[in-house]
Ligand binder design. Sequence first.
Ligand code: GDP
Length: 704
Amino acid sequence: MAIDLNKVRNIGICAHIDAGKTTVTERILFYTGKIYKVGEVHEGTATMDSLQEEQERGITIQSAATTCPYTFRGDDYKINLIDTPGHVDFTIEVERSLRVLDGAVAVFDGKEGVEAQSETVWRQADRYGVPRMCLINKMDKLGADFDFSFKSLRTRLGANAIAIQIPIGFGNDFKGIIDLMTMKAMYWTAEDQGVNVTIKDIPADLQDAAELWRGEMVEKIAEIDDSLTEKFLTDPSTITVEELKASLRRSVIGLKCFPVLCGSALKYVGIQSVLDAVVEYLPNPTERPDVVGVDPNDPSVHMTRPHSADAPFSALVFKVVADVAGTLTYIRVYSGKLEKGMRVLNPVNGRKENVSRLYEMHAQNRTALDDTGPGQIVAVVGLKDSYTGDTLCDQDKPIILERMTFPEPVISMSIEPQTADDKKKLGEALTTIRREDPSFRSNYNEETGETIISGMGELHLEIIKNKLVRDMKIGVNVGKPRVSYRETITGMAKDVRGLFKKQTGGRGQYGDAVVTIRPITAEEAEAEELEMENGVVFVDAVPGGAIPREFIPSVEYGIRQAAASGVIGGYPVINVRVDLVFGSSHDVDSNQIAFEQAGAMAFREAFTRAGPALLEPIMKVVITTPDEFFGNVSGDVASRRGQIIDSEMRGASRQITAEVPLSELFGYTTALRSMTQGRAAASMEPLTYRQMPERLKLEVLANQ
Ligand code: GDP
């Protein structure tokens, strides 16, 4: 099945929460013929928001991909709509969808214009170099103001925005749209759910305004494009619509400008012209740079793969979802061909995977495919060990595409099943969630019998809890969210002995291990070619025979167990090197358990002697605020033990990057809003772990 890549668009819709992303998506799915009843968000029936959670909150958390067939000027196009979450707490989710899409439609509220959160998402798209167009939605809303919203794109985002449409009326009088390219008026009605468009001449009272806007559009398009400059200077009217469109397309793909449209998703106005613009101005897969990766055998060797079906197969996993049909693995194919039944390599873990089935996903059904190729987004059934961020490739031509990195979870919460049945279900559910969400962890602590779940922030854990309780109907009691601290040492402790010796009548127990411990960072370990596992390096430096070889793994196991459960406060130990330097054994009484105990005892004792310290997670917080609140916001950051790393003006607002301890950030978003009359927003992500001040360390330990 040869697919004409010129006819494919992989796009996402990015928006501030509440700007209308879900409604726009619904309308797109409707017009592209895949669903026949338009679901409206306020009825809680929107198709892409499949989780109850999302419907209640009205936010879209999970990424999914939906293929929408669309006919434009008689040609059949395939628009793959990749769902991007609108909530900034899910930076990681947003970024993983940005990785696999080629273009985006940014939706704005026509009354509010650019809001703080829209800036955050816009900057993320900037970082990934994603070409974009803008839709100023909600033109039917009371107080909607196209001029203001359009200007805010320039002032607040500093974006070279070019209006290619203007509204006819606004608020209750919003009637339709003037297309500045063709200089025609377009009208839709709610009676046929906007299926048909009526094209008329521009209303007389808007003729002058339309001319002005068009003049500006032509000027700005010509300004970027040298090939139009001469014509523009001699006689702009000689520039044809085709020339304007072709030039605009090049500039949009080159990230030099952003076309701006308007409409009302709720009132069915303008959505087809959004789809037309997606086809006309956003890139097809081949218009994007070739994907880059490294050689799995030598990560210093960079390589690329062309957008060609003849090239070796490569694809990126961007979402894993448990589904009735089994696990669905969403992938974007970059190069080569993937056929049903093929075996592919996951070069990240070295496993071979079986592609049993391939699907193109639609909003309400799926189409089984025999094969697929570059630029396509499909769901695969049959993969067992491939997770979000992994590469799949040709077994003989391995490549690892640039990995998505997921930081260590920084916040955790205890979770306790209510009945034996719940316990069983909980175990399975946590495994499923982990597969779907690489930024989530769960841990069963055998000592305390507690299950601890960890994630990226308060909201992240809350959503997981609700998923377990509501969607999966598992009875659980949960504790309060707690910061995940880590323990480490600041100095060295030499030759510390752990002796486990018991004589209880018959056969006794005897294990004896002597360790030296010292601090080490992951980078240092790498430089010395020492293997660090969960933050701990273990070096076997026992002189021959002092401990029989078969017991050395037991000593290591004991040490690792002790490190994982912490010494001073029950937090995992990291950045520690343990050398096993000596020991002794007993012919009869020595066994594995005795050596595990000896290892753990030596480790704990050495740890307490080596200047134990507590590390706390530090978040990178990016705050966007009107400049007038800069003083308040930065003062508040300082009072939270935060440090401002960078601050710059972006249009009329200020973007502040700060490093703040997570423990000081509970409820931060709410506090920030009230401090700035709701006009600032922040996104945060885990950055690193740093040593806590002694006084706070003691406080944390005392409040255990
Ligand atoms: P999301 O949070 O960005 O997904 O936004 P939704 O699509 O859920 O919309 C948020 C709210 O705005 C809902 O109550 C919608 O009914 C409403 N809404 C969406 N589009 C429009 C529009 O074009 N005009 C008006 N007046 N309201 C809209």
